[in-house]
Each structure stands twice: as structure tokens, then as C-alpha cells.
Design a protein around this ligand. Structure first.
Ligand code: NCD
Length: 400
């Protein structure tokens, strides 16, 4: 069964079926959004009693994609959002997440939180919401060097979209390259890939491992993990590459120039490596990229689809929000309700959205539809016939 979604703290919050449901919803939303006529229908998803749901995005860290795609997704679905930089909140003065959650919770439907320094920020807020019996949903948008569950959705959706059958069959071979220890996106990805399977080469410095808790989470699952040092050694086998930047912002000890230079040399998408990658390989990167990627690589090598991957963030986050806040909303109904029909009864004919019609006349030969409690207008008989609305007698047809 598809589990109902609530707080998103970890990749562990998604079941296999829920992931597939998110991918399918993303596909539908992408199609609807790309059709300008139908796009507006999405604006009804994040409404409650006709009012926009209230989102607050708290962030301590620079972000181009995650924050903007959340903001844009909320707006496209009709919700309202406020962005607050943690350096301007009392958290910067030492306030706990627990306390901030208690303050913001009663006036907020959802808090999206990104904190590079505190890997348990989202967790702590979720615990406070339960303790105070608040309904506010918490979404982790990147926590320290631990997890980034919504980026995982973007990455997996991109692979699924690219070749659904092969992805679901578990026959893909992946290479995760670079800062394995600190790349939170890799940690979340490994946890969810465990449902689908595949062979995974972890390619990074010998002394830096994927955290033990992630490996324990995936132990005994469908994925086969192998750690190697040199990407050239496996390049001809890899279907999906996943490069990462040296996570200098998540390394409190800092990074020196020699480390940076070595990282680019060993874990960059060099020309030498690109020459031996499969012709049909696909190359991903959560972005931002550092010098391990040359600028405009996607323009000279179509296997690099990192910008398409980043563009997916907007659609995937819409699908996620829809599944949390409007799990049973059916897009066909929403779209149908927003289609317009022509009615007469005023000085001239008008186009009105179907959602404004609340009843139709029960008599099949009568073309009247009701748009307000007592206001009846006429449309074409064929149009009236396809409306699914309560049937009542209009004042003209009502038996005396
Ligand atoms: C990633 C992150 O913040 O963990 N970026 C992102 O959200 N798209 C990866 C990174 O910063 O390198």
C-alpha cells in the first residue's frame, strides 16, 4: 500500500510504492504544467477552505536549487511561502529548534528546514511538533552532512524518467564519485536505491567512507556496493554516473588548495574519463559543481544531464507537496473543474469555470445550470450533459 506521507526527515520515510507514486505524480504534474491552458488547475492543490496553506522555509545555508524550487513549487500549487534566513532568527542566538518549532508551528502548515551545521534540525522540530500536538509538517531540505531526502527524489526521478524499466529491474550499474563521506545526497540516494537494486561503485578517497549507519541501512538489500579508488577502472561498465563537489562547507576542519587540486584530478569528469565512458552513459550531479566539472560540459557532451536533473526539482517537489497535503486530489477533476463553458442569461454570453456551477436542472431537455444558490443561467444542452453535478429542478421546470 502507498503510505500516507507526513514529515520528511530521511529517505527512510519513503516506501518503495510511495517512491513510485511520487515519480508518477511528477510525470503528470510536469505534463500539466507544460500545458499553459491546464497549468492554472495546479493552483488549487495547496488550498484549505479556499485559503493558501502557509509554508515557512528556514535556511542557514546558501542554496540555488532546493530553496527556489520549493518556493516556485509552493507558488505553482497555490500555497504561500516565507523565507527566513537562520542568521536572522533567534536560532543564531542559540535558540533551540525545539523552541523555534513551538513558536512557528501554530501559524504554519509546513516548515522546510535546511541547516548545514545541525544534522538533526528537522528531527528536533518534528519531535517538538508531536510534543505540543501541532499539525505542522516538517520537511528536511538538507541536514548537515547526513541526509537530503528531497534531492534524492530529484535524482531518482531523473533516472526513473530516463529509463523506467531498466531502473525498476535493478540492472543498472552506478558510480558515485567524490566526497562520499560528506555528500548527504549520496547517503539519501543509497538508502532509497536499496529498494530498486543495482551495482554501485563508490569511488572516493580510501580513508573516507560512507557513514556506517547508511551502510547498515542498506545491508542485505538489493544493491551490491563496491568501493574502488579509480573511476577509470570501471568507466566502461557504468550506466549512471553521479559526481559530487568537494563538500568544503560541510567540513569544519576546512579544505586546503592541495586537497582541492587533488580532488579535481581524481574525481573530476576529465576528458580522459569521458573518452572511455559508455556512449549511452548518463551523468548526474546534484549541483552546484566545482572545478570537477568544466563549465558548459552539457553543451559539448549530451550525456551530462545535470541541468535537466535540476529542472526536475521543481516538478518533483510539487509532486511531494501534493502527496503530503492533497493525497486524494485527482488532477483530472481539478482540471475538469477549471475548464470553462459558455453560459447565457446575462447581457452577453460569458465563459465561466465549471467549478462555479453547483447544480444542473434535472430535466434533460432543459439547458439551465445553477451558479449561485438562486442564480440560473443557460448553457448548450450537450455541455450540460457532460457536467457531473447535483441534479435539481430549476425554477422553470419545478412541478407546481
Ligand atoms: C547539494 C547539497 O546541498 O547537499 N546541493 C543541492 O541541494 N542541490 C549538493 C552540494 O551542495 O554539493
Amino acid at each position: 500500500m502507498v503510505k500516507l506521507l507526513r514529515h520528511i526527515i530521511s529517505a527512510k520515510d519513503f516506501s518503495y510504492l510511495t517512491l513510485l507514486e511520487i515519480f508518477r505524480n511528477t510525470q503528470t504534474i510536469k505534463e500539466i504544467y507544460k500545458d499553459e491552458k491546464r497549468r492554472q488547475a495546479l493552483e488549487y492543490v495547496l488550498l484549505k477552505n479556499g485559503k493558501p496553506l502557509r509554508f515557512r522555509i528556514l535556511t542557514s545555508a546558501p542554496s540555488t536549487r532546493t530553496i527556489s524550487s520549493f518556493e516556485d513549487a509552493i507558488e505553482a500549487l497555490g500555497g504561500s511561502s516565507k523565507l527566513q534566513l537562520l542568521e536572522f532568527s533567534s536560532i543564531a542566538k542559540g535558540e533551540t529548534y525545539w523552541s523555534a518549532a513551538r513558536i512557528l508551528g501554530p501559524r504554519t502548515d509546513c516548515i522546510i528546514i535546511r541547516d548545514d551545521r545541525n544534522e538533526h534540525a528537522a528531527q528536533e522540530m518534528q519531535e517538538a511538533m508531536s510534543a505540543y500536538n501541532l499539525q505542522t509538517v516538517i520537511i528536511n531540505a538538507g541536514s548537515g552532512d547526513r541526509e537530503h531526502p528531497t534531492q534524492m527524489l530529484v535524482d531518482l526521478y531523473t533516472i526513473w524518467e530516463h529509463n523506467q524499466e531498466k531502473f525498476e529491474s535493478g540492472d543498472n550499474t552506478y558510480a558515485f564519485v567524490g566526497d562520499l563521506r560528506h555528500s548527504r545526497t549520496i547517503h539519501s540516494l543509497l538508502i532509497s536505491l536499496a529498494f530498486f537494486g543495482g551495482t554501485i561503485y563508490l569511488i572516493g578517497p580510501a580513508e573516507e567512507e560512507i557513514p556506517g549507519w547508511v551502510l547498515r541501512e542498506t545491508a542485505g538489500s538489493k544493491i551490491k556496493i563496491k568501493k574502488i579508488a579509480d573511476p577509470l577502472a570501471v568507466a566502461s561498465k557504468i550506466d549512471y554516473w553521479y559526481f559530487t563537489r568537494l563538500q568544503d562547507n560541510l567540513r569544519p576542519e576546512g579544505v586546503n588548495q592541495a586537497q582541492k587540486t587533488e580532488y579535481i584530478k581524481k574525481y573530476g569528469a576529465s576528458e580522459e574519463l569521458r573518452k572511455i565512458m559508455k556512449e549511452k552513459a548518463t551523468v548526474l550531479h546534484p549541483l552546484p559543481h566545482g572545478k570537477e566539472y568544466q563549465e558548459g560540459l552539457d553543451c559539448i557532451d549530451p550525456r551530462f544531464i545535470h541541468y535537466q536533473q535540476a529542472d526536475n526539482g521543481f516538478y518533483v517537489r510539487m509532486a511531494l507537496l501534493k502527496m503530503i497535503f492533497a493525497p486524494i486530489a485527482d488532477f483530472r477533476n481539478i482540471i475538469g473543474e477549471n475548464e470553462t463553458i459558455e453560459v447565457s442569461g446575462y447581457l452577453e454570453s460569458l465563459e465561466i469555470p465549471i467549478r462555479l456551477i453547483n447544480a444542473i436542472c434535472i430535466m434533460s431537455e432543459c439547458a439551465r445550470v445553477r451558479i449561485d444558490r438562486n442564480e440560473w443561467v443557460k448553457t448548450a444542452i450537450e455541455t450540460k450533459e457532460r457536467l457531473i453535478k447535483p441534479k435539481v429542478f430549476c425554477p422553470e421546470c419545478r412541478p407546481i
